[in-house]
Design a protein around this ligand. Structure first.
Ligand code: DGL
Length: 270
């Protein structure tokens, strides 16, 4: 029984960690495309091709359901994949919708017209490709009216995290928060719209200040996946062991993942 978790690199481990804790009876197969990270500076066609390749590898590993634990892939490729590529007996889901449902206080399947919500000023921190796609604003507009979104493309943060340079990552996060605050001095909520960013969540929270509610995806995605699997038990595939696959250097990626998850993780070549 396995569900696939796809990311461009290490960021999806934040989602993997949350879903493993929330759903201990399910095996997960993780695919990190570390050889091609970061996706955030790539063109949509390139992101589509790489995401399809990784997702196919997860289908081949026995997964019927793949979670794109990558906002960049969810923003730039998911809709096209669902419309033109995903086989009928498989499902691919993204990480945007659970976040937006939480922000707009909606439950799954609530398709009522967009309405006013409590938050009016939202800061979005994401990769350049996610910001460019405007997928967040599009999904939000289906559910809420009157919300002002200021997006900050956080160039360099993913590269620094992938390289394990947390000092650089911290400096970049602080400067991106400053840049955001120059455009929107008093956001009520901030969305960490990249699965790498929960690894820097404390820095974001400190730089934003206590009055800003920070929405981070891993727990929201885990709750939403649990709910989805209750409604679609058949989507748990036939794969029978948890595995970690990477297109990068397995030893280097295993070391970094072990440090992030604070438990031994062994990646194999994808
Ligand atoms: N962690 C991914 C995301 O959620 C991708 C970052 C990247 O590869 O640029 O956007």
């Amino acid at each position: 029984m396995a569900v696939g978790i796809f990311d461009s690199g290490l960021g999806g481990l934040t989602v993997l960690d949350a879903v493993t804790k929330a759903l201990p009876d399910i095996d997960f197969v993780y695919y990190g495309d570390n050889a091609h990270t970061p996706y955030g500076v790539r063109e949509p066609d390139d992101i589509f091709d790489l995401t399809c390749k990784g997702t196919q590898r997860l289908f081949d590993a026995g997964c019927n359901l793949v979670i794109l634990a990558c906002n960049t892939a969810s923003a730039a490729a998911l809709r096209r994949m669902q419309e033109s590529w995903v086989p009928k007996d498989k499902r691919v889901l993204g990480v945007f919708v659970p976040l937006i449902e939480a922000l707009t206080e909606r439950h799954w399947g609530d398709n009522s017209p967009p309405r006013e919500v409590a938050v009016k000023h939202v800061a979005l921190f994401a990769t350049p490709a996610t910001v460019r796609s405007r997928a967040f604003q599009r999904e939000l507009a289906f559910r809420a009216v009157g919300v002002d979104v200021e997006a900050q493309a956080c160039g360099g943060v993913v590269d620094a995290i992938e390289e394990g340079d947390m000092i650089l990552a911290e400096a970049l996060v602080r400067s991106h928060v400053d840049a955001l605050k120059r455009k929107m001095p008093h956001p009520e909520a901030a969305v960490l719209g990249c699965t790498h960013y929960p690894l820097m969540e404390d820095v974001f929270r400190e730089a934003l200040g206590p009055e800003v509610a920070v929405y981070s995806q891993p727990q929201l995605v885990a709750a939403s996946l649990g709910d989805y699997l209750k409604r679609h038990p058949g989507m748990v595939g036939m794969g029978e062991t948890s595995q970690f696959l990477t297109t990068g250097n397995p030893r280097k990626v295993s070391d970094q993942a072990t440090r992030f998850l604070r438990r031994k993780v062994e990646f194999q070549p994808a």
